[in-house]
Ligand binder design. Structure first.
Ligand SMILES: Cc1cc2nc3c(=O)[nH]c(=O)nc-3n(C[C@H](O)[C@H](O)[C@H](O)COP(=O)(O)OP(=O)(O)OC[C@H]3O[C@@H](n4cnc5c(N)ncnc54)[C@H](O)[C@@H]3O)c2cc1C
Length: 441
């Protein structure tokens, strides 16, 4: 099976970035997608009447263009949610973020956290060259080691010292002493989170937000790119199909792309091998109970509890679970640094047990659905060699007319809105450099 194809610009992957590139390029590109549906990591799955996204998704974009695009995809039918967020530490439920809601924790712990916070403020924060130092400088030793250090091991699967800081942006709130003291002494609630409200489609799960981008896209399903000949500008797919291109736009995970390049220079392969990410097992549960959720989501700081974070998809839309039921999605991360070390069945069993232990599920509750999804590419890991390795690979690819977009294409911690903007930017760049979006019609 072989073809020269219809368009000189070929796209790999029908996730948000690939669909966005296509849409902003007037759909003058063929998209080849290895899966059987569009949406990438933003897909939503209907399982026995429950809708589960591929990891907890909601939109907290501040970008007016993306807000309009998402709303337009579903005729404005979304829920605006002001999330209730909790934290689990020991046997305590703590409001979010913990650093400004210490009240209720053991007194000795609160005192130590505050004393170390004051010390850190007095010492002044230098320019922390790793995440661990950044945490201790900003929160004090006791708080840092009791909360974010533990969470980092569970979510990022590495020690905080192994990570850089450039991914943090506004994701973690660093309070001042007055905020810490108020949160430790008073019952008033200080919700200082980078997410104050989120949007979620009324029906169809998060994926519905992408309908506007998908409309008109020429997606070929079941086409997994297996090899690229950069000299001949030819792609060979696993199903035997061959396709020539002038420009290749890729949202395929960067290390996978490099592995597939025929005669790729050894130093590029080595750089690509240094790129790291976490993987995730999603534990999706359906429970026959109406008032299941105590929050929209919560974080878990107990090391003996397997998941690091638990969401309640049924709280985002009543259409995410059948009447009289609620749903839970728990996240268990692993990586080459911290192997899972157990079967998916064991992850499922242990997570259910954990949910019973912390009181989210009652022993008598009827669990009507219990499934796991194992996802290889979850969060891009910002370790010390991340930047230079990524830059070297992206530069090499561009010299060979391969442009990478999106979270795994660019190998960056991008949310769906940023992945969409990444595809849009490339379409504009190619148009500006002379590729016409109507020439090929
Ligand atoms: C646990 C988790 C929670 C998240 N929560 C949120 C959230 O709340 N809000 C938010 O905005 N964002 C969230 N995100 C981020 C969001 O999922 C991503 O930003 C977005 O999906 C990235 O889109 P993309 O097109 O770059 O990549 P992808 O969505 O991964 O799309 C890439 C596509 O390429 C295809 N592909 C891969 N390899 C090949 C190949 N060899 N050949 C052909 N096709 C291939 C894939 O099947 C996929 O369809 C979350 C991500 C995770 C992991």
């Amino acid at each position: 099976m072989s073809s020269s194809g219809s368009y000189p610009i070929v796209t790999l992957g029908a996730g948000p970035a690939g669909l966005s590139f296509s849409s902003h390029f007037n759909h003058n590109t063929d998209i080849y997608e290895k899966g059987t549906s569009w949406g990438g990591r933003c897909r939503s799955h209907l399982i026995d009447g429950f809708i589960f996204d591929e990891g907890p998704h909601s939109s907290f974009t501040k970008d007016a263009y993306i807000q309009k695009l998402f709303a337009g995809s579903i005729e404005g039918r979304f829920n605006e949610i002001f999330p209730r967020i909790l934290n689990r530490y020991g046997s305590n439920w703590i409001r979010h973020p913990v650093q400004t809601n210490l009240k209720g924790l053991p007194v000795d712990l609160v005192v130590d956290c505050i004393m170390d916070f004051v010390k850190a403020e007095q010492d002044g924060s230098g320019s922390a060259d790793n995440y661990g130092r950044w945490l201790i400088d900003g929160f004090g030793e006791k708080f840092a080691r009791t909360f974010p250090y533990v969470y980092t091991r569970k979510y990022w699967t590495v020690e905080p010292e192994q990570m850089t800081t450039e991914w943090i942006e506004q994701r973690i709130y660093r309070p001042d002493l007055a905020e810490v003291l108020r949160g430790a002494l008073s019952d008033e609630f200080y919700n200082i989170h980078y997410i104050s409200s989120v949007r979620y489609p009324e029906t169809g799960g998060f994926q519905s937000f992408l309908k506007g981008l998908q409309k008109g896209a020429k997606v070929h399903y079941g086409f997994e790119m297996a090899e690229i000949d950069v000299k001949k500008k030819k792609i060979i797919f696993k199903n035997g199909f061959e396709r020539y291109y002038e420009v290749l736009v890729s949202s395929v995970p960067l290390p996978t792309l490099v592995q597939c390049i025929r005669d790729c220079p050894a130093e590029m392969r080595e750089a690509a091998n240094r790129l790291a990410c976490t993987s995730i097992v999603l534990v999706n549960l359906g429970v026959k109970r109406n008032n299941l959720a105590n929050s929209h989501w919560f974080y878990i700081y107990n090391e003996e509890i397997l998941p690091c974070r638990v969401h309640f998809p049924s709280e985002y839309s009543a259409n995410n679970s059948p009447p009289g039921t609620g749903s839970i999605q728990a996240e268990v991360y692993y990586s080459r640094h911290k192997p899972l070390g157990m079967s998916l069945e064991s992850v499922l069993e242990k997570t259910i047990q954990n949910m019973i232990t912390i009181g989210v599920i009652d022993k008598d509750d009827k669990i009507t659905l219990a499934v796991c999804q194992d996802i290889k590419h979850a969060q891009v890991l910002y370790h010390k060699q991340h930047n230079e390795s990524r830059r070297a690979v992206l530069d090499y690819l561009e010299k060979n007319n391969i442009y990478c977009i999106g979270r795994y294409g660019e190998w960056a911690y991008l949310w769906s809105d940023q992945a969409i903007l990444s595809g849009k930017r490339l379409a504009e760049r190619l148009v500006n450099s002379g590729y016409s979006i109507c020439h090929f019609l």
